[in-house]
Write a new protein. Structure first.
Length: 455
């Protein structure tokens, strides 16, 4: 049986693990953290990701958590609608509406599809060789704090490895172990050391120009109370979750690194910035528990990678295409990545060291890059463009932006909705993957079957 190692037990990594297991692969998920405690509060799963989750048997479980009803759209800071639609219209066009839920609920639903022992907590991957599939893991790491790995070329050994977020084992004395995998899935996040090691010339994540806040307000969720309001360089969004909880998020155009440091001061900062905005924003902020207010500077990959794989290593989710949150597609694209990767990998029921019973060591991942790189790059660029639009602070520019949005929606709302068809209309692959462009194949051919080419 072919063996896959997944580095990172986030949404994308767990989805990949389940999808590969359903194709007959042996899977080990290495997670550095001592427990699965997802960072963040809420997220949206759109129609494209729900279809992907259907392929691993999770889609209907997530749909049952939907609390979106009535109107939704974009408003001004005074509450006037700029553009809006309804849950019914979205469902009619795309077959599903968006499901808003707690991040932990999604992680739990996916992880429940994995057998005990697949997820190895409390350890750290310290090196990955993309050409042999050798993964070096520090096991029994109770803190999961420091990777302990130097920066260097992937695959040069534990003293000069990639240092990705990962893990193997759970508790016990610390030690080192090596695993040889036919496929390595690098789902180690926006700061992915695996990405940095595989593509050392890539500039990596950059600051988007905005910082974000996220918070959950129990009892604040109401049917029809789904909106995102835009002001001068600022955004505030409210989304109802199952059980009556409101998920709120906000952004402001400020220099990076300005976090005051504790929940109470973060809430006070939000009240200063948004306390004069339309209802129910001030009331929700006053009702929020300070300890539930998170603040993070928003970074993204402004430059697409040359490929989403090298040798036996496939990059997935934020490691491959971290994007601003403006299109709500970060987690959705990670889920898409995972099911496409499993499709490309085919059945894993051959003997260890082969895939698909072909007798070929490793996986030819060029089809994965061909299927995913261009699509995710377009979505990254569109999301970054929307982010720049929200950052406008000049009052005249803001008025012009708002006027154009409202006018365009009245005159051509259907065409604006159609512009999302490419994103939300995506469907999981059921036929052979597209042929790889010559550049993608050159960038990612692995030494498992071909001569080494670091592209």
């Amino acid at each position: 049986m072919a063996h896959a190692v997944v580095v990172g037990a986030g949404i994308g990594g767990l989805t990949a693990a389940v999808a590969l297991r359903r194709r007959g692969w042996e899977v080990t998920v290495f997670e550095r953290a001592p427990s699965l405690e997802p960072v963040g509060s809420g997220l949206g799963i759109a129609a494209n990701a729900l279809r992907a989750l259907d392929t691993i048997g999770v889609g209907d479980d997530i749909r049952r958590l939907s609390a979106v009803q009535g109107e939704a759209g974009i408003r001004r800071a005074d509450g006037r609608w700029l553009m809006r639609t309804t849950e019914e219209a979205t469902s009619a066009r795309h077959g599903d509406s968006i499901v808003l839920l707690r991040r932990t609920d999604l992680v739990d639903a996916i992880a429940a599809r994995l057998e005990p022992g697949v997820i190895r907590l409390g350890s750290t991957v310290t090196a990955v060789d993309p050409y042999t599939g050798r993964v070096t893991v520090r096991t029994g790491d109770p803190s999961g704090a420091d990777t302990g790995a130097e920066t260097g070329r992937a695959g040069t050994g534990p003293d000069n490895g990639t240092g990705p977020d990962g893990g193997a084992g759970s508790g016990g004395a610390a030690g080192m172990a090596e695993v040889v995998a036919d496929l390595v899935v690098a789902a180690d996040g926006i700061r992915s050391p695996i990405r940095a090691a595989l593509f050392p010339g890539h500039p990596g994540p950059v600051y988007s120009g905005v910082t974000s806040w996220r918070l959950l307000v129990p009892g604040g969720g109401r049917p029809g109370r789904t909106f995102e309001s835009w002001g001068e360089g600022r955004v505030f969004g409210v989304m109802p979750l199952a059980g009556g909880t409101a998920y709120c998020y906000a952004t402001d155009t400020v220099p990076a690194g300005g976090d005051p440091g504790d929940g109470e001061s973060r809430r006070a900062e939000l009240l200063r910035l948004f306390g004069g905005w339309h209802d129910p924003i001030p009331a929700l902020l006053k009702a929020a528990s300070p300890e539930l207010v998170l603040r993070n500077d928003v970074h993204h990959l402004a430059t697409p990678l040359p490929a989403m794989h090298l040798g036996r290593v496939a990059l997935l989710g934020d490691a491959a295409h971290a994007m601003t949150p403006n299109m709500g597609q970060g987690a959705c694209q990670a889920i898409e990545d995972a099911v496409v990767l499993a499709h490309v990998a085919e059945d894993g029921d051959g003997p260890a060291g082969t895939t698909g019973g072909t007798g070929t060591a490793g996986v030819d991942l060029a089809g994965y890059t061909a299927a995913r790189l261009e699509r995710t790059a377009r979505i990254m660029a569109r999301s970054a463009s929307i982010c720049r639009t929200t950052r406008l602070r000049n009052p005249l520019a803001v008025r012009l932006r708002d006027t154009m949005m409202a006018l365009t929606w009245r005159v051509a709302g259907g065409r604006m909705t159609a512009a999302m068809d490419e994103v939300l209309g995506w469907r999981p692959p059921t036929s052979p993957v597209p042929a790889a462009p010559s550049g993608a194949r050159a960038a990612g051919s692995g030494r498992g079957t071909d001569s080494p080419d670091r592209g």
